[in-house]
Design a binder for this molecule. Structure first.
Ligand code: NAD
Length: 281
């Protein structure tokens, strides 16, 4: 029996082949249909110049979205975003309410509105024993990783308005499980972000604003290389990941794209664990 349909991912996005395959070439007959795209979506992305931020921007753009790439300074934001693909870049320190307001006003006036926000910016640290943790450092990590997404959520809601939209919070498996591996301040900030996700989802659903989270396990990135800086440390960490490897940034960006898309229209308040099974260990 020939395959009636098959699914592939390319640089341009996900699509499904509908129809039978040619027996000689094994190529599918029939039409190529995108499973989802992000055409006409206007998205604000924080921490866009980081390892994951770059990949998220690239994937959302490839699926047809316009992305406002933001980061701490102009160099980083410009480096991460490009006007050539219909996007823009802005300075945005997520801890600064005034900068959120300016950014949202600028995006809405240029593009006529906003459809989604990806709260991706964060700071991480290697594990510091809790009895040695400086309270000022603890507060700073919560400020960026939890207060930042809160300020962004608060600022974007009026722009999403009654037409609705999507907020995606990038949390971490550290906020769900694997407490032994995580820094307490980082874990607390990400657990708080998951609670913020659920509260936002519950409170804004009546306006069709969906809010969901992604909780990645270790991702191949500069951040992880700095924390697990020897092959032994990394190997030890991976013994606690059932799939036995780190996530690739594209494993995470695929879930971000899906949650923003209209194919996820009935997902609200959920956390997708992109963690190779780490949270079930
Ligand atoms: N890399 C991983 O293994 C991993 C695992 C789980 C979760 N995450 C989460 O994924 C997200 C992205 O991580 P990454 O690996 O790309 O980290 P990264 O350090 O490469 O990027 C983080 C970005 O956030 C920006 N940033 C920091 N403070 C900011 C502030 N106050 N305002 C605005 N921007 C600020 C940085 O400039 C940087 O560009 C984070 O939320 C992180 O907690 C990462």
């Amino acid at each position: 029996m020939p395959d009636r349909s098959s699914c592939r991912e390319t640089k341009a996005g996900f699509f499904v082949y509908v129809g039978e395959r040619n027996g000689k070439t094994n190529r599918p007959f029939g039409r190529r249909r995108f499973i989802f795209d992000l055409k006409d979506k206007r998205i604000i992305l924080t921490g866009a110049s980081g390892s994951l931020g770059r990949q998220i921007r690239e994937e959302l753009t490839a699926l047809g979205a316009r992305v406002c790439a933001t980061d701490l300074d102009a160099g980083m934001a410009e480096d991460a975003g490009s006007g050539d693909d219909g996007g823009m870049s802005r300075i945005l320190d997520v801890t600064d309410q005034g900068q959120w307001d300016e950014c949202l006003a600028a995006v809405a006036s240029t593009w006529g509105g906003v459809d989604a926000l990806v709260n991706n910016a964060a700071i991480a640290s290697s594990k510091v024993p809790i009895d040695e943790r400086d309270p000022a450092d603890f507060a700073r990590i919560l400020d960026v990783n939890l207060q930042g997404p809160f300020l962004g959520t608060r600022a974007v809601i009026p722009y999403l308005g009654d037409k609705g939209g999507s907020i995606v919070n990038i949390a971490s498996v550290a906020g769900v499980a694997q407490a032994e591996d995580a820094d307490a301040a980082y874990a607390a900030s990400k657990a708080g972000l998951l609670a913020l996700t659920r509260s936002t989802a519950a409170q804004q659903a009546h306006r069709n604003i969906r809010c969901n989270a992604i909780a990645p396990g270790p991702v191949a990135s500069a951040l992880v290389s700095a924390i697990y800086d020897t092959p032994e440390k990394l190997a030890r960490r991976l013994t606690r990941v059932p799939l036995g490897r780190m996530a690739e940034p594209r494993d995470v960006s695929a879930s971000v794209a899906f949650l923003i898309s209209d194919r996820a229209a009935y997902l609200n308040g959920v956390t997708i664990g992109v963690d190779g099974g780490a949270a079930i260990q």
